[in-house]
Write a protein that binds this ligand. Sequence first.
Ligand SMILES: *Cc1c(COP(=O)(O)O)cnc(C)c1O
Length: 401
Amino acid sequence: MKEQDYHKDTVVIHEGYEDKLHHGSLAVPLYQTSTYSFDTAVQGENRFSGVEKGNIYSRLGNPTVHVLEERMTALENGGGTLAFGSGMAAVSSILVHLTKAGDHILCSRGIYGCTFGFLGILKEKYNITHDLIRMGNEEEIEQAIKPETVCIYIETPINPTMELVDLQAVMNVAERYGLRVVVDNTFSSPYLQNPIDFGVDFVLHSATKYINGHGDVIAGLLVGKDKEEMESIRMSVQKDYGGIISPFDAWLLIRGLKTLPVRMERHTSNAEKLIIYLKTQNLVEEVFYPFDQDNPQYEIAKRQMRAGGGLISFTIKGGKEGAQLFMDSLSLIKIAVSLGDAETLIQHPATMTHAVVPKEERIRMGITDSLLRLSVGLEYADDLIRDMKSAFSVMEAVPTE
Ligand SMILES: *Cc1c(COP(=O)(O)O)cnc(C)c1O
């Protein structure tokens, strides 16, 4: 695979695996083992001292997991990847790696709820503080930097408002101040956005979402620009905190990843059809989608994303009751959190994923009671539209103020 540069659509299927070295097995074998035998005592000594490369124990490395890591490195244009047992294990590991007691982390104003929870633990236990700010331009970012700031941690698009953070603006500031930058790229997947191309140091994914794509695994991936630094994280934070992925989950991710490009194309084309439909509905107030030409951030979207992906949020008339009535009136579309699955999912951020965010903060972020988030699946688009159509007609029959 190394002699030639293949397109990413080929990389997801072939990178990091040579079937001829595995009895011609076309599928990547599942090495469901905890440990590895050494030929001799001296070989064991050499593996531990690092003189000889090779397997020791599956918390330090596993051949199935290795294939997944190689593929992700190629997909994100990075130097190395570590696979974790959850997206949160990847988040917590990189934040532990980058900070020490007393440091400060600058975050985009929307971050995943449990990431926010982990920042709270860092603050309480180690006085590692953070600020969540709107990163609308370089000045806004620059003004929030403190002498003890060590890194910038962002999500873009931001969940669930689909607000974007301009990666180039963040990098311009980070380079001026020597700050490390981490991007949670879960919402875009490597198919839509590659932050390392902008100079970002680390990209992480909840692989539970688009990378697996089938709603049956919890896993995380951390890709770094620098291969040596990634190996040092493997042999320190990852080894000693122990948040590794199981070989079987890695095997499922390898299987899911093969269809990432075709799935993302379908998620996107379905989302585009639903947006057109939603915009014509009297009961819909506003629709939020990065690649919508009416989106004031459309230019930023085009600079850093290849397409809009499968997530849409929109506000509906009738406030919380209206939103809940709409959800309850759907039948094909399932009421569930998470995203990136084959099934279309709808959730109400104000009472579900963002229920813990204090109300004023929530409103300031644009997460009102009438906001709904849709993770558009892979179904036939007209069936989804038909489902929504019947839910809207139920709402129309019930007068709302
Ligand atoms: C789901 C999610 C996470 C957490 O990942 P888990 O795999 O559930 O631990 C982190 N960031 C984002 C943006 C997510 O959607």
